[in-house]
Design a protein. Sequence first.
Length: 295
Amino acid sequence: MQPERTAIAIIAAALLLTASNAAISQEPLASSPPKEDWALTTSGCKIWVGQPQVPKTITWSGSCVDGYVSGYGVVNLQEPGGYESYTGNMTNGKSNGHGTVTRGTGVTFTGEWRDGVTEGPVVYDVANKFHYEGGWINRREEGRGVGVWSTGSKYEGEWRNGKQSGTGIMTYPNIGQYEGQFQDGKPSGHGTLRFNIGATVEGEWNDISSARAVVITPWGDKFEGDLKDLRRNGKGSYLWVNGDRYEGEWHDNVPDGAGMLKKSDGSVFAGVWMHGCFRDGDRRTSLFVKQETCQ
């Protein structure tokens, strides 16, 4: 037997999947305006600001055509709570064409604009927190894109409404990689965890914590069955490389309930297991716990 070794793979899975919950630090950008709101720059040009409260000071470095901000230039919007700037093309007072928004909070946003709205490929960055390149609709990540967190974690795949949803790959430095289905930012559906230590977990995932999966350890042991809270819980079989095999019920990573251990030497321990311990008269054995802890 090789007690406790498969716990390494399960613990690693917990670390990997927990990391996938890292929040994407987002700030609403003026890319989906609620209504038509206009203001005047310090030079007297009309500019669309797309917000109910007009910034205290607006400057424009470019041309004024027919009374509207137009051409290439820089817009600076100064408010008591901070500032925002836009560098790029303007037409009839609205951003049109390629442009970049920069905020005092450390947010930068670059994309193609049309009448003050951007939908399509963008580059979005929150200083020291998150970087995204890909599709964008309604102020959120949408379609295919790549997100990188300050921790070094990286997701590449499909996004819906600002969250990882669809098929994708999440990679974690020094830990491993999950490849498969996501929903609302979490692994959900069929997917495979591959750890740098060599272990793999493949199965059907349900909201991160539960799966019907096959776990293969770096040393060749194999578990096939139910995972709950990322631990062996429910029914499943465990096959050791030496030929020993346990099949039955599990709780919190150890045999618990009806089960049978068949060893490679032909001996069989069948019956009710309690917390990894088996006892039938004078016949005793244990799995994944020390024998001296069994009563």
